[in-house]
Write a protein that binds this ligand. Sequence first.
Ligand code: CA
Length: 236
Amino acid sequence: MSKHTILIVEDDDLIRKFMSRAVTDAGYRSVLAENASVCRMLFLSELPDLVLLDLGLPDDDGLNLLKEMKSIREDIPVIVVSARERENEKVRALDMGADDYVTKPFGIFELMARIRTALRHSDKIKGQPENSSSSVFVHKDLVMDLARHTVKLRGEEIHLTNREYRILELLFRHKGKVLTYSWLMQQIWGDFIPQDNTILRVNMTNIRKKLHESLEDPVYIKTELGVGYRMPEDED
Ligand code: CA
């Protein structure tokens, strides 16, 4: 299999070098952009498999870049690298199609785990016809069978409302990826999207109760504070 190419867009020299080193040590090829205009050029010439995108760039807003890249290649995985004081931007980026985010300062292990997950997702999608729906999802002791419309925990059937079922299905379909409140609500309620995310939270609490999730260390549905929810990827 050919090496994945990762485009690193970051104006801070130290962080860019740090990320480049981590990425090449892990066996990927890295190409580096220190601003938006170099990013635009390399995105077209290097055909990266994944982009690490800093939002605060000297010559343009990273969100503009995100929009452009996604309009050129909808399937390109983009991981946003944002500073802690830019929480709102992070959520906006996810809603605009970013696949994941890491918050500065971050560790190598966190970064590499996010990259592996995003690449695995995009490789999987590329290898599949659009509507191939594998109908059984499994995560640890939880089995969701779409054809039979059943959810089982350790072999015991769990009864979910239609809405709870739909939420769980979305988490399974996008396993490893963080799903924002507004994205989830859009998927579930469509045009009748509620004013705030209270109903979603209530639904989530009910699902978690039915799955006997522990609050401290949930296994199936993790909360990403202020952002949304994620079903964790299986450990490598
Ligand atoms: Ca920056």
